[in-house]
Design a protein around this ligand. Structure first.
Ligand SMILES: *Cc1c(COP(=O)(O)O)cnc(C)c1O
Length: 385
């Protein structure tokens, strides 16, 4: 690795070569089946990262008006853009319709009415997919499942017929198809197989083809290996897409879309952080670093575990809790992990921080937003922002 000694910490660090490799593998594997890929911008909206993703020809999945604007500014096309979210504002829906985006994924009957009304006011047609809540349990943390009965997302099956009929009867709505997204950080293919079965069943039972449905969007949620990021840095997109090719039974010509976030960007990012202090507590040793939950909230928010390495010290392994400086007891990155004997000033890397890390940065305690560092072909490169 490069010489990081001059870098101000904490910093977000991105391996652009790994990002490109991952993007290349995912799009090549999706191309085998003609699947279309949208990048879920909320995973990481860093402009340098976005520009590279755009160069690889991805569409976008946005969850706010500002994400749509950022995507358009970056040069992504409106034609490859979808807008998702349970709580779209009127302003966001209007922005989507004015820009003629590929489609809005609608999540409730009321939202359909609002979208249709806004389109009428603008004298435009709004393309709509219906997001279905399929009641599938994804085996992941309870805060990142989205397709279960207790989740706020999507239209439940007992209301789907009414929603479809609403689309059919609205002069302003062009119904395109169905949208599903069952959760995030799903590392087993089994929930996706169940998703295919559900999609096939719902498509048949609700006569989606008779409603002129021509598109299926299967969302994202494919997980990454947080335990062994160095040796398993690119998710197995081959197995992922071939599963859908094997199990989906939809009419010929149906266009199949995915919205991948974490699996595309998760492994290319790290946090670089320096040790401020070490101290002996009651029964354990603490390593206090200069990054905190403000830079990486995932451990505090959903007990995420990130691998941490000490790149400065070759010392003998000892047991530590690695904690941040923020005034919250949940500001803990790791408990009881083994690190080489760690000293004040050592640099640690927190791995797998490309997704839901910089985009979740907050300024609690009035902490400054860290800078970003880009890395390619063995050296630090400018991001050309
Ligand atoms: C967040 C989100 C995604 C991306 O999820 P990942 O787990 O990062 O792949 C895709 N679709 C929708 C609707 C989302 O909200």
């Amino acid at each position: 690795m490069a010489d990081f000694s001059g870098i101000k910490t904490p910093a977000y660090f991105y391996d652009l070569d790994l990002l490109k490799k991952t993007l290349g593998v995912a799009s090549r594997e999706a191309d085998r089946y003609g699947y279309r890929l949208h990048y879920a911008i909320k995973a990481n909206n860093n402009p340098v990262i976005l520009r590279i993703i755009r160069e690889y020809g991805y569409g976008t999945d946005c969850v706010s008006g500002n994400e749509m604007l950022r995507a358009l500014e970056t040069g992504f096309t409106a034609g490859g853009m979808v807008l998702a979210g349970v709580g779209k504002t009127d302003v966001e829906i209007e922005l989507a319709i004015k820009n003629d985006i590929f489609c809005i994924n609608c999540e409730s009957l009321e939202e359909l009415e609002v979208a249709s009304k806004i389109a009428g006011k603008l004298k435009k047609i709004v393309r709509v997919a219906l997001r279905v809540n399929p009641s599938i349990k994804a085996d992941t943390h309870r805060y990142i499942t989205t397709g279960g009965e207790e989740n706020k997302f999507g239209i439940v099956l007992p209301q789907l017929r009414q929603a479809l009929d609403y689309c059919k009867n609205s002069a302003e709505i062009e119904f395109t198809g169905l949208h599903f997204h069952i959760g995030s950080q799903i590392t087993s293919l089994d929930p996706f197989k169940k998703l295919c079965e559900t999609v096939n069943r719902v498509w048949r039972e609700f006569d989606i083809t008779d409603y002129s449905g021509k598109m299926i969007n299967l969302g994202g949620g494919y997980g990454i290996d947080y335990k062994k990021p160095e040796t398993n840095s690119v998710p197995d997109f081959g197995s992922f897409f071939s599963l859908f090719a094997e199990y989906l039974e939809l009419p010929r010509g149906t266009s199949v879309h995915f919205e991948l976030g974490r699996s595309l960007v998760g492994q290319c990012g790290r946090i670089l952080t320096r040790v401020l202090y070490t101290k002996q507590g009651a029964g354990k040793k603490f390593v206090i670093v200069d990054a905190g939950m403000t830079e990486l909230i995932r451990p505090a928010l959903y007990q995420a575990v990130h691998r941490i390495i000490n790149v400065s010290s070759p010392g003998h392994p000892e047991r530590y809790d690695v904690v941040g400086p923020v005034c919250e007891s949940s500001d803990v990155f790791a408990k009881d992990i083994m690190l080489p004997r760690t000293l004040r000033g050592d640099m640690l890397h927190i791995l797998s921080c490309g997704a839901y890390t910089e985009s979740m940065n907050m300024n609690f305690n009035l902490r400054e937003k860290p800078g970003s560092v880009y890395f390619s072909e063995g050296k630090i490169v400018p991001g050309e922002e």
